[in-house]
Design a protein around this ligand. Structure first.
Ligand SMILES: [Zn+2]
Length: 141
């Protein structure tokens, strides 16, 4: 499969570089793009949803499966892990909403507004998404 097969099924697709896109995740109610897509030179397609959806769920939501991400076996296919699959700038774009959410919470706390249990839980989700993003950025995951 080429990246275009996947991109054609996604909404809000925006190209951010050669073989790189961000789009709205089809597996959750994604108002802003939180899905980063990358097409490697060997034809493999990588994707990561920074809102936390599993790749298999993202693909299932558009009728594809994990096997679709890999090209037919061909010359030059290394099978190696890509060390830095996504641009930091793309990751930041995907996470901008999390940062906004954290800053709104911080402003409320500064004003003396007490955060609800729900708000606190959502902040922990934001923290773990930001943490996981640094791992993806470093190629550790
Ligand atoms: Zn998602």
């Amino acid at each position: 499969m080429s990246a275009s097969t996947l991109l054609n099924r996604l909404d809000g697709v925006k190209q951010t570089g050669r073989g790189r896109w961000i789009a709205r995740c089809p597996a959750h109610r994604d108002k802003r793009p939180s899905l980063a897509i990358r097409e490697l030179d060997d034809g493999r397609v990588l994707l990561h949803d920074f809102a936390g959806c599993e790749t298999s769920n993202v693909l299932a939501a558009v009728g594809l499966s994990l096997e679709d991400l890999f090209p037919e076996r061909q010359e030059g296919y290394s099978g190696q892990k890509e060390r830095k699959p996504f641009y930091a700038s793309d990751i930041l774009r995907c996470l901008a909403f999390e940062a906004l959410l954290v800053s709104i919470a911080a402003l409320n706390v500064a004003k003396g507004v007490e955060l609800s249990e729900e708000d606190r839980k959502r902040l922990l989700v934001a923290a773990s998404r930001l943490q996981r993003a640094t791992e993806v950025c470093n190629g550790d995951s």
